[in-house]
Design a protein around this ligand. Structure first.
Ligand code: LLP
Length: 395
């Protein structure tokens, strides 16, 4: 992992809080210099092996974030028609756009066909049939990768594990013989790639090693049947350090791509693609919030803040940990607080028993590592306002 001071070289303290004077909380703050450094590290490491990286828009689809990613030369990975439109609008080329998802609507498929996207990542025989029909009606051929369920355990939270037989994602290996038979009758499908994605927030490289070994077996299986897809797409999943965001601001892309390089055995001329989301954008984002009230509970103190699960649902949904800092308290005394939001749900809690300097009304807090799956998962429950975004280079 690389050691980096937060890019704008601003620790999350009162001087950064001063820069936020006049901005109404809660809001997401994006450190654009850190994003640029992260993208540099990712492209340097992937470039060494001629790997192709698509950015998974589902992690964060804000225009300035997309502009930075486009400048870094990445392709895009979309999971809905609206994401396809957003990616194209941002300037990503259809020729570098992958489209995943177990439940693509006809309109979404037609949008992909209209733009002749790089790849429909197909997740079932039923979907292949529909794409074939719609492509025939449009007088075109769809470029397709089969998303295969490799049955490799990602050792991550069960809600973000996707590559097991029990998951809804992908085509199971026992179906592959039948799929190849059926593809013979689908002239509007061009089978170009094999696609895999086993889960998210994976920090154990041996998981990616196991994936590579499984992909090699499946690639050989296809080769034995005289099919050599032009690319292998290993999906995303590289995790970040939520506990020490400043110490490990940039994920170890060298190790990640290096692991794939060591264990994946692509055939000659077979390209290798990735779809990274979290690892590129998580650390550059923080949710900034203010303390409304401090309340004594029976066993604990509550710091009630003005952000809630409506702005950041990860702790409530996945019991995920986010590092929380009080940016403005200069007290030396440390107290333990449950940091909670204002929403009428007991799960509306950002952290239990968080040690913070003595905290009072109006203190500003940063909930760190929220650039990925933070703002995009926000809701308007309780008729909350849409959360704002502030960018370090626009302050
Ligand atoms: N490709 C596919 C097919 C995916 O389903 C995903 C994420 C990615 C790529 C990007 O994965 P990443 O590099 O970001 O791990 N909301 C959850 C995460 C859901 C991930 C869904 N799929 C969270 O907040 O942890």
């Amino acid at each position: 992992m690389h050691l980096v001071t937060t890019s704008s070289n601003m620790p999350f303290d009162s001087s950064l809080a001063n820069n936020f004077a006049g901005i109404r909380t809660p809001f997401y703050y994006y450190d654009m210099a850190l994003l640029a450094l992260t993208l540099d590290a990712a492209t340097a490491a992937s470039g060494k092996h001629d790997y192709h990286v698509h950015y998974a828009l589902k992690a964060n689809a804000n225009a300035p974030v997309l502009a930075a990613i486009l400048r870094a030369g990445l392709g895009s990975d979309c999971v809905s028609g609206n994401e396809i439109s957003r990616a194209l609008q941002a300037g990503f080329l259809a020729d570098t756009l992958t489209f995943a998802g177990v439940g693509k609507t006809d309109d979404e498929i037609n949008l992909g066909l209209k733009h002749n996207i790089f790849s429909f990542n197909c997740e079932s025989v039923a979907e292949l049939e529909v794409i074939n029909q719609l492509a025939a009606a449009a007088g075109t051929t769809a470029r397709v990768a089969l998303r295969i369920n490799p049955n490799v355990h990602a050792n991550t939270h069960h809600y973000i594990t996707t590559g097991l037989d029990e998951n809804k994602f992908g085509i199971n290996t026992w179906e592959l013989d039948a799929v190849l038979q059926q593809l013979k009758h689908m002239p509007h499908i061009a089978l170009n790639g094999l696609h895999f994605h086993i889960g998210s927030q994976i920090t154990d490289m041996s998981v990616f090693q196991s994936l590579c070994v499984r992909v090699n077996e499946l690639n050989t299986w296809f080769q034995d049947r005289n099919i050599v897809p032009s690319y292998l797409n290993l999906g995303g999943g590289l995790g970040v350090d939520y506990t020490q965001p400043d110490k490990h601001a940039i994920p170890d892309f060298e190790n990640y791509f290096g692991t794939v390089q060591r264990f994946l055995e692509p055939l000659p001329n077979q390209q290798v693609h990735f779809e990274l989301g979290r690892s590129l954008v998580a650390q550059c984002g923080s949710l900034i919030t203010r303390v409304l009230f401090v309340k004594k509970g029976t066993n604990t103190n509550f710091a009630i803040v003005d952000a809630g699960m409506t702005e950041l649902i990860r702790p409530a949904l996945y019991q995920s940990y986010h590092y929380i800092q009080n940016m403005t308290s200069d007290a030396s005394e440390i107290e333990s607080y449950d940091v909670v939001g204002p929403i009428c749900e007991s799960s509306d809690c950002f952290g239990k028993a968080v040690n913070l300097p003595l905290t009072k009304r109006h203190d500003m807090m940063a909930i760190r590592s929220t650039g990925a799956y933070g703002e995009v998962m926000a809701s308007q429950y309780n008729l909350r306002d849409k959360v704002k975004s502030i960018y370090s280079d626009q302050l």
